[in-house]
Design a protein around this ligand. Structure first.
Ligand SMILES: Cc1ncc(COP(=O)(O)O)c(C=O)c1O
Length: 379
Protein backbone atom coordinates (compact mmCIF):
# COMPACT_ATOMS: atom_id res chain seq x y z
CA UNK A 1 0.00 0.00 0.00
CA UNK A 2 1.24 3.50 -0.76
CA UNK A 3 0.65 6.59 1.38
CA UNK A 4 -0.16 8.51 -1.82
CA UNK A 5 -0.44 6.34 -4.93
CA UNK A 6 0.85 8.43 -7.82
CA UNK A 7 1.35 5.34 -10.00
CA UNK A 8 -2.37 4.57 -10.11
CA UNK A 9 -3.06 8.16 -11.06
CA UNK A 10 -0.46 8.08 -13.86
CA UNK A 11 -1.93 4.84 -15.23
CA UNK A 12 -5.42 6.37 -15.24
CA UNK A 13 -4.38 9.45 -17.29
CA UNK A 14 -1.31 8.01 -19.03
CA UNK A 15 -2.26 8.76 -22.62
CA UNK A 16 -3.18 12.40 -21.88
CA UNK A 17 -0.06 13.01 -19.81
CA UNK A 18 2.29 11.29 -22.29
CA UNK A 19 0.83 13.33 -25.12
CA UNK A 20 1.19 16.58 -23.17
CA UNK A 21 4.83 15.80 -22.37
CA UNK A 22 5.56 14.84 -25.99
CA UNK A 23 4.15 18.16 -27.21
CA UNK A 24 6.48 20.11 -24.94
CA UNK A 25 9.46 18.00 -26.05
CA UNK A 26 8.54 18.68 -29.69
CA UNK A 27 8.24 22.41 -29.00
CA UNK A 28 11.59 22.53 -27.18
CA UNK A 29 10.31 25.44 -25.14
CA UNK A 30 10.89 24.32 -21.58
CA UNK A 31 10.56 27.36 -19.32
CA UNK A 32 7.35 29.42 -19.07
CA UNK A 33 5.77 29.67 -22.55
CA UNK A 34 2.36 28.70 -23.80
CA UNK A 35 1.53 25.80 -21.42
CA UNK A 36 2.30 28.00 -18.40
CA UNK A 37 0.08 30.75 -19.75
CA UNK A 38 -2.75 28.29 -20.42
CA UNK A 39 -2.42 26.84 -16.92
CA UNK A 40 -2.48 30.32 -15.40
CA UNK A 41 -5.69 31.10 -17.29
CA UNK A 42 -7.31 27.77 -16.35
CA UNK A 43 -6.50 28.07 -12.65
CA UNK A 44 -7.36 31.77 -12.40
CA UNK A 45 -10.80 30.76 -13.66
CA UNK A 46 -10.98 27.71 -11.38
CA UNK A 47 -10.24 29.75 -8.25
CA UNK A 48 -12.12 32.88 -9.33
CA UNK A 49 -8.99 35.06 -9.22
CA UNK A 50 -8.23 37.78 -11.75
CA UNK A 51 -4.54 36.92 -12.01
CA UNK A 52 -2.50 33.74 -11.62
CA UNK A 53 1.30 33.59 -11.86
CA UNK A 54 3.06 30.24 -12.32
CA UNK A 55 6.23 29.95 -10.26
CA UNK A 56 8.90 27.41 -9.31
CA UNK A 57 7.32 26.06 -6.09
CA UNK A 58 4.97 26.90 -3.26
CA UNK A 59 7.96 28.24 -1.35
CA UNK A 60 8.82 30.55 -4.26
CA UNK A 61 5.21 31.71 -4.37
CA UNK A 62 5.39 32.64 -0.66
CA UNK A 63 8.74 34.44 -1.03
CA UNK A 64 7.64 36.33 -4.17
CA UNK A 65 4.38 37.38 -2.52
CA UNK A 66 6.18 38.78 0.52
CA UNK A 67 8.70 40.52 -1.78
CA UNK A 68 5.82 42.09 -3.73
CA UNK A 69 4.36 43.31 -0.43
CA UNK A 70 7.75 44.87 0.46
CA UNK A 71 8.30 42.74 3.57
CA UNK A 72 11.79 43.22 4.94
CA UNK A 73 14.04 43.57 7.98
CA UNK A 74 12.28 45.02 11.02
CA UNK A 75 8.87 43.73 9.92
CA UNK A 76 6.87 41.08 11.74
CA UNK A 77 4.50 38.63 10.05
CA UNK A 78 2.01 36.51 11.97
CA UNK A 79 1.57 32.84 11.12
CA UNK A 80 0.79 29.45 12.59
CA UNK A 81 3.42 27.24 14.23
CA UNK A 82 1.58 24.14 12.98
CA UNK A 83 2.51 24.03 9.30
CA UNK A 84 5.30 22.98 6.98
CA UNK A 85 8.42 25.05 7.60
CA UNK A 86 8.23 26.85 4.23
CA UNK A 87 5.44 29.13 5.53
CA UNK A 88 7.62 30.73 8.22
CA UNK A 89 10.88 30.22 6.30
CA UNK A 90 9.73 32.68 3.63
CA UNK A 91 9.18 35.36 6.29
CA UNK A 92 12.61 34.76 7.82
CA UNK A 93 14.39 34.65 4.43
CA UNK A 94 13.25 38.22 3.77
CA UNK A 95 14.77 39.31 7.05
CA UNK A 96 11.40 39.72 8.77
CA UNK A 97 10.38 38.04 12.00
CA UNK A 98 7.82 35.21 12.09
CA UNK A 99 5.45 35.68 15.04
CA UNK A 100 3.53 32.54 15.89
CA UNK A 101 -0.17 32.37 16.78
CA UNK A 102 -1.46 29.18 18.40
CA UNK A 103 -4.05 27.00 16.68
CA UNK A 104 -7.70 26.07 17.14
CA UNK A 105 -8.15 22.72 18.97
CA UNK A 106 -10.67 21.36 16.49
CA UNK A 107 -9.44 22.37 13.02
CA UNK A 108 -5.78 22.94 13.93
CA UNK A 109 -5.83 26.14 11.83
CA UNK A 110 -4.91 29.57 13.21
CA UNK A 111 -7.01 30.50 16.26
CA UNK A 112 -8.54 33.92 15.65
CA UNK A 113 -8.90 34.70 19.38
CA UNK A 114 -5.20 33.98 19.84
CA UNK A 115 -4.52 36.12 16.76
CA UNK A 116 -6.25 39.12 18.35
CA UNK A 117 -4.31 38.63 21.59
CA UNK A 118 -0.93 38.36 19.82
CA UNK A 119 -1.65 41.46 17.70
CA UNK A 120 -2.56 43.44 20.84
CA UNK A 121 0.61 42.28 22.56
CA UNK A 122 2.91 43.07 19.59
CA UNK A 123 1.28 46.46 18.99
CA UNK A 124 1.78 47.35 22.65
CA UNK A 125 5.45 46.40 22.27
CA UNK A 126 5.71 48.81 19.33
CA UNK A 127 6.37 46.08 16.76
CA UNK A 128 6.08 46.77 13.02
CA UNK A 129 3.39 44.21 12.21
CA UNK A 130 2.86 43.86 8.47
CA UNK A 131 0.66 40.90 7.74
CA UNK A 132 -0.81 37.49 8.42
CA UNK A 133 -0.16 34.17 6.67
CA UNK A 134 -2.93 31.73 7.57
CA UNK A 135 -2.55 28.17 6.26
CA UNK A 136 -5.33 25.88 5.03
CA UNK A 137 -3.91 22.98 7.01
CA UNK A 138 -4.43 19.48 5.55
CA UNK A 139 -6.83 20.91 2.94
CA UNK A 140 -9.36 23.02 4.89
CA UNK A 141 -9.27 26.83 4.85
CA UNK A 142 -8.72 28.77 8.06
CA UNK A 143 -11.36 31.27 9.28
CA UNK A 144 -10.56 33.60 6.40
CA UNK A 145 -13.42 36.10 6.88
CA UNK A 146 -12.51 36.73 10.49
CA UNK A 147 -8.78 36.83 9.67
CA UNK A 148 -9.41 39.34 6.85
CA UNK A 149 -11.58 41.42 9.18
CA UNK A 150 -8.92 41.52 11.91
CA UNK A 151 -6.25 42.30 9.29
CA UNK A 152 -8.37 45.18 7.97
CA UNK A 153 -8.73 46.65 11.44
CA UNK A 154 -4.97 46.69 11.93
CA UNK A 155 -3.85 47.58 8.41
CA UNK A 156 -2.28 44.18 7.77
CA UNK A 157 -2.09 42.15 4.56
CA UNK A 158 -3.28 38.53 4.34
CA UNK A 159 -1.44 35.98 2.21
CA UNK A 160 -3.27 32.66 2.26
CA UNK A 161 -0.89 29.68 2.24
CA UNK A 162 -3.11 27.34 0.25
CA UNK A 163 -0.37 24.84 -0.54
CA UNK A 164 -2.55 22.11 1.00
CA UNK A 165 -6.01 23.57 0.41
CA UNK A 166 -6.05 24.13 -3.36
CA UNK A 167 -9.53 23.14 -4.58
CA UNK A 168 -11.21 23.69 -1.21
CA UNK A 169 -14.19 26.03 -1.03
CA UNK A 170 -14.90 28.57 1.69
CA UNK A 171 -18.40 30.07 1.83
CA UNK A 172 -18.92 31.36 -1.74
CA UNK A 173 -15.24 31.43 -2.69
CA UNK A 174 -12.37 29.13 -3.43
CA UNK A 175 -9.11 28.77 -1.54
CA UNK A 176 -6.41 31.01 -3.13
CA UNK A 177 -8.98 33.74 -3.92
CA UNK A 178 -9.92 34.72 -0.36
CA UNK A 179 -7.38 37.47 0.43
CA UNK A 180 -4.81 39.86 -1.15
CA UNK A 181 -2.72 36.95 -2.36
CA UNK A 182 -3.22 33.18 -2.25
CA UNK A 183 -0.38 30.76 -2.97
CA UNK A 184 -0.29 27.08 -3.75
CA UNK A 185 2.15 24.27 -4.41
CA UNK A 186 2.17 21.67 -7.17
CA UNK A 187 4.61 19.38 -5.36
CA UNK A 188 3.77 15.86 -6.63
CA UNK A 189 2.03 14.78 -3.42
CA UNK A 190 -0.29 17.81 -3.32
CA UNK A 191 -3.95 17.51 -4.37
CA UNK A 192 -3.06 18.99 -7.78
CA UNK A 193 0.47 17.69 -8.20
CA UNK A 194 3.03 18.08 -10.98
CA UNK A 195 5.92 15.70 -11.73
CA UNK A 196 8.43 17.95 -10.04
CA UNK A 197 8.30 21.26 -8.23
CA UNK A 198 5.83 23.99 -9.16
CA UNK A 199 3.63 26.62 -7.58
CA UNK A 200 1.30 29.51 -8.27
CA UNK A 201 0.35 32.87 -6.80
CA UNK A 202 -3.19 34.27 -7.19
CA UNK A 203 -4.43 37.81 -6.73
CA UNK A 204 -7.07 40.28 -7.91
CA UNK A 205 -4.63 43.17 -7.54
CA UNK A 206 -3.12 44.14 -10.87
CA UNK A 207 -0.05 45.86 -9.45
CA UNK A 208 0.78 42.91 -7.15
CA UNK A 209 0.33 40.52 -10.09
CA UNK A 210 2.66 42.57 -12.27
CA UNK A 211 5.25 42.77 -9.52
CA UNK A 212 5.23 39.00 -8.86
CA UNK A 213 5.41 38.30 -12.60
CA UNK A 214 8.45 40.55 -12.85
CA UNK A 215 10.12 39.24 -9.65
CA UNK A 216 9.88 35.60 -10.82
CA UNK A 217 12.23 36.45 -13.72
CA UNK A 218 15.05 38.40 -12.06
CA UNK A 219 13.00 41.59 -11.80
CA UNK A 220 12.93 41.75 -15.58
CA UNK A 221 10.52 44.19 -17.22
CA UNK A 222 11.76 43.46 -20.72
CA UNK A 223 14.67 41.26 -21.84
CA UNK A 224 17.79 42.41 -19.92
CA UNK A 225 15.92 45.39 -18.47
CA UNK A 226 15.90 44.72 -14.72
CA UNK A 227 13.85 47.12 -12.61
CA UNK A 228 14.50 45.39 -9.29
CA UNK A 229 16.31 42.45 -7.73
CA UNK A 230 14.31 39.30 -8.28
CA UNK A 231 14.70 35.53 -8.46
CA UNK A 232 14.78 32.68 -10.91
CA UNK A 233 11.43 31.26 -9.82
CA UNK A 234 9.68 30.29 -13.04
CA UNK A 235 7.35 27.37 -13.71
CA UNK A 236 8.55 24.77 -16.25
CA UNK A 237 6.50 24.21 -19.39
CA UNK A 238 6.66 20.43 -18.80
CA UNK A 239 5.14 20.78 -15.33
CA UNK A 240 2.45 23.12 -16.65
CA UNK A 241 1.57 20.70 -19.47
CA UNK A 242 1.30 17.79 -17.02
CA UNK A 243 -0.87 19.88 -14.72
CA UNK A 244 -3.09 20.93 -17.65
CA UNK A 245 -3.67 17.24 -18.41
CA UNK A 246 -4.68 16.65 -14.79
CA UNK A 247 -6.92 19.71 -14.34
CA UNK A 248 -10.02 18.22 -16.05
CA UNK A 249 -9.87 15.27 -13.60
CA UNK A 250 -9.29 17.41 -10.52
CA UNK A 251 -12.96 17.93 -9.47
CA UNK A 252 -13.58 14.15 -9.66
CA UNK A 253 -10.41 13.54 -7.66
CA UNK A 254 -11.58 15.92 -4.94
CA UNK A 255 -14.91 14.07 -4.78
CA UNK A 256 -13.05 10.74 -4.55
CA UNK A 257 -10.92 12.08 -1.68
CA UNK A 258 -14.06 13.30 0.10
CA UNK A 259 -15.73 9.92 -0.38
CA UNK A 260 -12.66 8.15 1.04
CA UNK A 261 -12.69 10.58 3.98
CA UNK A 262 -16.31 9.70 4.68
CA UNK A 263 -15.44 5.98 4.61
CA UNK A 264 -12.60 6.58 7.08
CA UNK A 265 -14.88 8.64 9.32
CA UNK A 266 -17.48 5.88 9.51
CA UNK A 267 -14.88 3.18 10.17
CA UNK A 268 -13.20 5.30 12.85
CA UNK A 269 -16.48 6.04 14.61
CA UNK A 270 -17.39 2.35 14.63
CA UNK A 271 -14.06 0.84 15.52
CA UNK A 272 -11.57 3.30 16.97
CA UNK A 273 -12.57 4.88 20.29
CA UNK A 274 -10.22 7.71 21.23
CA UNK A 275 -9.40 8.45 17.57
CA UNK A 276 -10.81 11.76 16.35
CA UNK A 277 -11.48 12.20 12.61
CA UNK A 278 -10.90 15.61 10.96
CA UNK A 279 -13.35 18.34 12.00
CA UNK A 280 -14.80 20.12 8.96
CA UNK A 281 -16.64 23.42 9.42
CA UNK A 282 -20.12 23.69 7.83
CA UNK A 283 -19.26 26.71 5.68
CA UNK A 284 -16.30 25.13 3.85
CA UNK A 285 -15.11 21.96 2.14
CA UNK A 286 -11.99 19.90 2.80
CA UNK A 287 -9.82 18.47 0.01
CA UNK A 288 -7.87 16.10 2.27
CA UNK A 289 -4.37 16.81 1.05
CA UNK A 290 -3.77 14.82 4.22
CA UNK A 291 -6.28 12.72 6.11
CA UNK A 292 -5.07 13.46 9.62
CA UNK A 293 -6.69 12.08 12.75
CA UNK A 294 -5.89 12.68 16.39
CA UNK A 295 -5.06 9.73 18.61
CA UNK A 296 -5.90 10.58 22.22
CA UNK A 297 -4.67 9.20 25.53
CA UNK A 298 -1.05 8.71 24.50
CA UNK A 299 -2.00 5.77 22.28
CA UNK A 300 -0.32 7.07 19.09
CA UNK A 301 2.93 5.12 19.55
CA UNK A 302 1.06 1.82 19.96
CA UNK A 303 -1.07 2.56 16.90
CA UNK A 304 2.01 3.40 14.83
CA UNK A 305 3.82 0.24 15.96
CA UNK A 306 0.91 -1.88 14.81
CA UNK A 307 0.75 -0.03 11.45
CA UNK A 308 4.49 -0.58 10.97
CA UNK A 309 4.17 -4.30 11.74
CA UNK A 310 1.43 -4.63 9.12
CA UNK A 311 3.23 -2.56 6.48
CA UNK A 312 0.72 0.31 6.55
CA UNK A 313 2.31 3.66 5.60
CA UNK A 314 1.63 6.68 7.78
CA UNK A 315 3.04 10.15 8.43
CA UNK A 316 3.07 12.74 11.18
CA UNK A 317 2.26 16.28 10.07
CA UNK A 318 4.01 17.68 12.12
CA UNK A 319 6.05 16.10 14.92
CA UNK A 320 7.70 19.38 16.04
CA UNK A 321 5.83 22.69 15.79
CA UNK A 322 7.83 25.46 14.15
CA UNK A 323 8.37 27.52 17.32
CA UNK A 324 10.37 24.57 18.71
CA UNK A 325 12.43 23.88 15.56
CA UNK A 326 16.17 24.49 15.97
CA UNK A 327 16.12 26.75 12.89
CA UNK A 328 13.80 29.14 14.74
CA UNK A 329 15.66 28.92 18.07
CA UNK A 330 16.75 32.54 17.62
CA UNK A 331 13.13 33.67 18.01
CA UNK A 332 13.29 32.68 21.68
CA UNK A 333 10.16 30.53 21.95
CA UNK A 334 10.12 27.56 24.32
CA UNK A 335 7.97 24.54 25.22
CA UNK A 336 4.59 25.63 26.57
CA UNK A 337 4.42 28.79 24.44
CA UNK A 338 1.99 27.25 21.91
CA UNK A 339 0.22 24.59 24.02
CA UNK A 340 -2.48 23.67 21.49
CA UNK A 341 0.02 23.14 18.67
CA UNK A 342 2.30 21.18 21.00
CA UNK A 343 -0.53 18.88 22.03
CA UNK A 344 -1.54 18.42 18.38
CA UNK A 345 2.03 17.45 17.45
CA UNK A 346 1.81 14.60 20.00
CA UNK A 347 -1.57 13.34 18.74
CA UNK A 348 -1.78 13.76 14.96
CA UNK A 349 -1.46 10.84 12.60
CA UNK A 350 -1.94 11.00 8.82
CA UNK A 351 -3.38 7.93 7.11
CA UNK A 352 -2.96 6.82 3.48
CA UNK A 353 -5.15 9.11 1.35
CA UNK A 354 -5.45 9.64 -2.39
CA UNK A 355 -8.25 9.57 -4.96
CA UNK A 356 -7.58 5.95 -5.92
CA UNK A 357 -7.55 4.34 -2.46
CA UNK A 358 -9.99 1.41 -2.16
CA UNK A 359 -12.43 0.69 0.65
CA UNK A 360 -10.64 -2.59 1.38
CA UNK A 361 -7.34 -0.73 1.76
CA UNK A 362 -9.00 1.70 4.13
CA UNK A 363 -10.47 -1.18 6.14
CA UNK A 364 -6.96 -2.66 6.39
CA UNK A 365 -5.57 0.65 7.70
CA UNK A 366 -8.30 0.82 10.33
CA UNK A 367 -7.83 -2.84 11.36
CA UNK A 368 -4.12 -2.20 11.96
CA UNK A 369 -4.97 0.86 14.04
CA UNK A 370 -7.59 -1.08 15.98
CA UNK A 371 -5.18 -3.79 17.04
CA UNK A 372 -2.63 -1.10 17.99
CA UNK A 373 -5.22 0.61 20.17
CA UNK A 374 -6.04 -2.69 21.89
CA UNK A 375 -2.35 -3.37 22.58
CA UNK A 376 -2.01 0.24 23.81
CA UNK A 377 -4.78 -0.37 26.30
CA UNK A 378 -2.99 -3.51 27.56
CA UNK A 379 -5.30 -6.14 26.03
C1 LIG B 1 1.57 24.60 4.05
C2 LIG B 1 2.69 24.54 3.06
N1 LIG B 1 3.34 25.68 2.73
C3 LIG B 1 4.32 25.70 1.82
C4 LIG B 1 4.73 24.54 1.18
C5 LIG B 1 5.85 24.62 0.22
O1 LIG B 1 5.54 24.20 -1.06
P1 LIG B 1 6.71 23.66 -2.03
O2 LIG B 1 7.13 22.32 -1.50
O3 LIG B 1 6.05 23.59 -3.37
O4 LIG B 1 7.81 24.66 -1.99
C6 LIG B 1 4.08 23.33 1.48
C7 LIG B 1 4.38 22.06 0.83
O5 LIG B 1 5.39 21.52 0.68
C8 LIG B 1 3.06 23.33 2.46
O6 LIG B 1 2.43 22.20 2.80
Amino acid sequence: MNFIDLKRQYKAYKSEIDQAVAQVLESCQFVLGEPVQRLEEALAEFTGSRYAIGVGSGTDALILSLMALDVGPGDEVLTTPFTFIATAEAIALLGARPVFVDIDQATMNMDTEALKAVIAEREKAGARLRGIIPVGLYGQCADMDEINRIAGEHGLFVVEDACQSFGASYKNGMSCALSEIGVTSFFPAKPLGAYGDGGMAFTDDESLAKRIRCLRVHGERARYDHVEIGLNARLDALQAAILLAKVPHFPDEIRARQKAAETYRQLIEQKLPGVVPPVVRDDRTHVYAQYTVRVRNGARDAVIRSMQEKGIPYAIHYPVPLHLQPAFGYLGYGPGDMPVAEQASREVLSLPMHPFITESEQAKVVRAMESGLRQGMGH
